[in-house]
Design a protein around this ligand. Structure first.
Ligand code: HSE
Length: 433
C-alpha cells in the first residue's frame, strides 16, 4: 500500500489552479477517502515566473512535460492543458509508463477516446474523464455506474454554458443574439472567437462522449449532426413563446433497437420540459432509461473549482482502484455495433416559420404540400405582418420523419404563396413523451 499518492499536473491555468486548491484545501477529506495523503509532485507550466492565484513551491514547476510524465514517483497524471495531437502523445506515453491518467479534455476524448481507452486497458491503467462533459456535473459516473443496470433510450443535454447564457438573455431580457453574445464575452463566458460554442461544436463533442457511453456503441464525432444558435432571432423566440416553448441548444441522442441518432441543434422545448428551466450558464443532462424513466443531472458546466471537483474525484477513484489492484478493468468493449438511424427512422416535431402572401388559397397550398409528405399540423399561428399583403405563419407539426420534413423544407420555397422561410427548429415535448 502506498503511503502517499503523487500527482503530476499537466497545466496550471484556471482548471489546474482549481485542482491544486482542491488538493490543498480538502486534504483531510482526501486522506479519509483513500487512506493516505494525495500531493502534487510536479506541474507543467508555460511560464514559471507568472504570478498565480495559488500557493505552490516554485521548485515543483517545470516547462518540460516529460519531467512530469517520466517522474517515477508520480502515480497519477492529471491533464488540463487541452489541445489534441501533442496531448494525445503525452497521454499515450504516460499510459505506456503505467501512469493512471485523469483528463478534462473533451476534444481529445471525443476524437480519440476509444483508442486511448484501449491503450489504458492494455497497460492496466485507468483513463478517467468526468470533467470533459458538463464540468462539475457527475454525468459520466452517472451513466457508467449509477445507471449501468438500465438501458438508456434517450439523452437530452444542455452541455454548453455559453449558448445557454446567450439564449437565456435573449429570452428573458429580450436581447438580440449579437448583444447577448457581447454580454457573454464581457463576462468571460464566451471566447473572443465564439465559433466552437455558438455553432454547436463544443456541445457535439460532449454529446459524442455521452452517446458512446450511454449506448455502448462506438459513436464518432462525425456521427453527430450539428447546427448552432447564431441565426436564432428575437422573433423566433417571441413566436415560440406564444406557442408555449422555450428555446435551448439541445444535444439529443436516442437509441432504439440498437440504432442510434445524435444531434446538436437549437430546439423548442415545451415549457414544462425539465430542461426548459435550466437557465444562464448552467448545464443539465436529462437521461431517460427504460427502467428508471426520467432522471436529470444539473449543475455548473465550467469554472475552476466545479471542474476541479470532477477531476479530483476521478483522482480518488483511480487511487481506490490502485488499492484494490483493479486499474484498467472498468472499461467494457462496446456492446453494440455502430449503427446509425437513417432519415426515415428519425422522428420529431418541427416548428416552421414562414412569410406567406395573405391571399385566397394560400393556406390550402401549404396544407397540400405537408399532406403530400404525410405531415400533419399540431399547432398553427397566423398574424398579419406590417408589410401589406403578407402574413406570418408558424406551423408546429406532429411527429414526422426527418426524411419527410426535409422534403417539405426543400419544396416549400417553391410555392408561389411563400415569400420566405424565416426559420425552422426541432420541437421536444414535456419530457414524458
Ligand atoms: N465553452 C464551454 C461552455 C466550457 O461554454 O460550456 C466548458 O466546456
Amino acid at each position: 500500500m502506498k503511503d502517499n499518492v503523487k500527482v503530476g499536473l499537466l497545466g496550471l491555468g484556471t482548471v489546474g489552479t482549481g485542482v491544486v486548491k482542491m488538493i490543498q484545501n480538502h486534504q483531510e477529506q482526501l486522506v479519509h477517502q483513500v487512506g493516505c495523503p494525495v500531493s502534487i509532485k510536479k506541474v507543467l507550466v508555460k511560464n514559471p515566473d507568472k504570478v498565480r492565484d495559488v500557493e505552490l513551491d516554485s521548485s515543483l514547476l517545470t516547462t518540460d512535460p516529460y519531467e512530469v510524465i517520466n517522474d517515477p514517483d508520480i502515480d497519477v497524471i492529471v491533464e488540463v492543458i487541452g489541445g489534441i495531437e501533442e496531448t494525445r502523445k503525452y497521454i499515450i506515453d504516460a499510459l505506456n509508463l503505467k501512469k493512471q491518467v485523469v483528463t478534462a479534455n473533451k476534444d481529445l476524448i471525443a476524437l480519440h477516446g476509444s483508442e486511448l481507452q484501449k491503450v489504458a486497458a492494455e497497460n492496466g491503467c485507468d483513463l478517467l474523464y468526468e470533467a470533459s462533459v458538463a464540468g462539475g456535473v457527475p454525468i459520466i459516473k452517472g451513466l457508467a455506474d449509477g445507471l449501468a443496470s438500465d438501458k438508456i433510450q434517450k439523452i437530452m443535454g444542455i452541455v454548453n454554458g455559453t449558448t445557454n447564457y446567450i439564449l437565456t438573455k435573449m429570452t428573458k431580457d429580450g436581447l438580440s443574439y449579437e448583444t447577448a453574445l457581447k454580454d457573454a464575452q464581457d463576462l468571460g463566458f464566451a471566447e473572443a472567437d465564439p465559433t466552437s460554442d455558438v455553432e454547436g461544436l463544443d456541445a457535439a463533442r460532449k454529446m459524442a462522449i455521452l452517446a458512446r457511453l450511454a449506448f455502448s456503441m462506438e459513436i464518432e464525432l462525425d456521427d453527430v449532426s450539428v447546427s448552432g444558435i447564431s441565426s436564432v432571432s428575437k422573433d423566433d423566440l417571441k413566436y415560440g413563446s406564444m406557442l408555449g416553448y422555450t428555446m435551448k441548444l439541445i444535444g439529443y441522442a436516442n437509441q432504439e433497437d440498437e440504432r442510434a441518432e445524435v444531434s446538436v441543434q437549437p430546439t423548442f422545448l415545451e415549457n414544462d420540459h425539465p430542461l426548459a428551466s435550466v437557465h444562464d450558464e448552467y448545464n443539465a443532462v436529462y437521461v431517460y432509461g427504460e427502467a428508471v424513466g426520467e432522471t436529470m443531472f444539473y449543475g455548473p458546466g465550467a469554472g475552476s473549482l466545479p471542474t476541479a471537483t470532477s477531476i479530483v474525484s476521478d483522482v480518488l477513484a483511480v487511487v481506490k482502484n490502485m488499492r484494490l489492484g483493479v486499474n484498467g478493468h472498468s472499461v467494457l468493449a462496446p456492446q453494440f455495433e455502430r449503427q446509425l438511424k437513417q432519415a426515415d427512422e428519425r422522428f420529431a416535431k418541427y416548428f416552421i416559420r414562414l412569410h406567406v402572401r395573405d391571399e385566397v388559397g394560400a393556406f390550402s397550398e401549404l396544407t397540400k404540400l405537408f399532406s403530400t409528405h404525410s405531415i400533419s399540423f399540431e399547432k398553427i399561428l397566423q398574424l398579419p405582418l406590417e408589410e401589406e399583403g403578407l402574413a406570418e405563419i408558424v406551423i408546429v407539426t406532429h411527429k414526422a420523419s426527418m426524411e419527410n420534413y426535409q422534403n417539405v423544407l426543400s419544396q416549400v420555397n417553391d410555392l408561389n404563396v411563400v415569400k420566405a422561410v424565416e426559420s425552422f427548429y426541432r420541437v421536444e415535448g414535456d419530457g414524458t413523451k
